[in-house]
Ligand binder design. Structure first.
Ligand SMILES: Cc1cc2nc3c(=O)[nH]c(=O)nc-3n(C[C@H](O)[C@H](O)[C@H](O)COP(=O)(O)OP(=O)(O)OC[C@H]3O[C@@H](n4cnc5c(N)ncnc54)[C@H](O)[C@@H]3O)c2cc1C
Length: 422
């Protein structure tokens, strides 16, 4: 029997996976594959690559977990480094694989990847990794609602996509893998994302999520599940089901549950937006055909990135981000607003810095939110501005957060080979 290839993308898990279910149902021997894309390591004109050490480390941890889960059922994960458009067809050709199974992605680079691979092999793609994937909504993605509120109202009453129960008994390919694979660096055991989610939803912190997620910092002020949702080691759909379950168990949690469900709908919304607008979300003028005054001002950009602007709050946020790879949602909103609307710097540069530095970078969430804050996306008030003094008054009245992240915070992250001097 010919083998098939199962290609993991942003779905690094063995549960709630429709593509994996379909692959298992063929009963053909499966070659499990992940490809670390060599393009992620190319240094851009700004002087940094697309995957910094925070996210790379996160990715290695998720791959380790996945590999050991597969090993526990006598299967293996083969990791390659290169371009999927070259590796997948070569592997299929050399192993005589009949088909390649994977989940659809949503953004143009990944869609182009799918198109090229499909020219050479039978690529079987399934919609997944969403609560309301395109095949579960009564509208087609190319006319999906422009504004979030309209989108949210259209989907919130619909049943979420069903949770998939996956078998863990695979017919595993036993032949030789004819392309050089990559060994992962040694990484200590990490806690499972599903356990992190369950612990958080059971914790006292979650009780106040509807208020605390607006804060800059504090003990578990938000879920911190984004790195796992971004690489798919945590299923967003499972989280949605668990939220509904918690609400039934404890009606007092209603506000927190509702608030987090709305955030997960933002996540779906940006995926639909990418399906509808394709690479327009990477245009300088975004999806609004209006050119705003934005400059390729590297001096201002460097000041922003290094926390050396005239605004202590912005500096504190940027220092936290550089040091930890994470920033609260409010922090992200304010620094993106400040770079694009106050400093009037090309917003795509800021989005690219986030892509490099964030531990939880995810293309649709990042570029969708950046375009929104820069006034070239789907904010109905595209000239929206924030009063930073008021933000400090409300969220950091004792200036504790600013003090914590001000000054000469040592950066763990020193970009190398910079063309622009930081
Ligand atoms: C300029 C900017 C860039 C951003 N870049 C990213 C990114 O690259 N990756 C990313 O996952 N999120 C991004 N966000 C959205 C949001 O800030 C993070 O998802 C959130 O802060 C992660 O922390 P959490 O998991 O504790 O969030 P929680 O508040 O616990 O939310 C739970 C989940 O809901 C989703 N979510 C929450 N807020 C949003 C939002 N505004 N848009 C879309 N989905 C959301 C995320 O998957 C998040 O993990 C960005 C926001 C802004 C303003």
């Amino acid at each position: 029997m010919k083998p098939i290839i199962y290609w993991f993308r942003n779905d690094l898990r063995l549960y709630d996976s429709i593509a994996l279910q379909k692959a298992s149902e063929t009963n053909q021997p499966i070659i499990f594959v992940y490809i670390i894309n060599s393009d992620w390591f190319k240094i851009s004109e700004l002087g940094f690559n697309r995957i910094g050490s925070f996210r790379l480390n996160q990715l290695y941890q998720s791959l380790h977990r996945l590999k050991s889960e597969l090993q526990s059922v006598s299967a293996n994960l083969h990791i390659f480094k290169g371009n999927p458009t070259a590796i997948i067809p070569e592997l299929a050709n050399k192993t005589d694989a009949s088909d390649v199974y994977a989940h659809h992605e949503y953004a143009p680079y990944e869609l182009e990847e799918e198109r090229i691979i499909n020219e050479n092999v039978n690529l079987q793609l399934y919609w997944g990794n969403m609560i309301y994937p395109p095949n579960h909504v009564p509208f087609s993605a190319d006319v999906s609602p422009y504004y979030y509120t309209k989108f949210m109202k259209k989907v919130i009453e619909l049943p979420p996509a069903p949770l998939i129960t996956n078998t863990k008994s695979f017919n595993t390919y036993q032949g030789v893998i004819p392309i050089e694979t990559l060994e992962l660096p040694l990484i200590k055991e990490t806690i499972s994302p599903v356990k992190l989610m369950t612990d958080y939803l059971q914790s006292d912190s979650f009780t106040n999520y509807h208020i605390s997620r607006e804060l800059f910092e504090g003990n578990h002020y938000s879920s911190f599940l984004s790195p796992y949702l971004a690489d798919g080691s945590l299923s967003a759909n499972l989280l949605y089901y668990e939220l509904n379950k918690r609400q039934k168990q404890n009606p007092d949690l209603e506000q927190s549950v509702e608030k987090m469900k709305l955030q997960l709908i933002w996540r779906d919304y940006y995926r639909f937006l990418f399906l509808r607008y394709d690479n327009k979300l990477f245009y300088r003028h975004g999806i609004r055909n209006k050119n705003r005054d934005r400059y390729d001002d590297s001096e201002a950009f460097n000041a922003w990135l290094n926390g050396k602007t005239d605004e202590p709050l912005i500096n504190a946020f940027m220092n936290e981000l550089r040091t930890t790879g994470f920033l609260s949602n409010r922090g992200r909103m304010l620094v993106s607003y400040y770079l694009s609307k106050v400093m009037q710097v090309n917003w795509l540069w800021g989005a690219e810095w986030f892509e490099h530095i964030l531990i939880d970078y995810e293309v649709c969430n990042n570029y969708g939110n950046w375009a929104y804050q820069a006034g070239v996306g789907t904010d109905s008030r595209f000239n929206r501005s924030f009063n930073l003094a008021k933000q400090v008054e409300k969220f950091d009245p004792n200036k504790r957060y600013i003090a914590k992240w001000s000054g000469d915070t040592k950066t763990k992250q020193n970009p190398v080979n910079l063309k622009i001097q930081f």
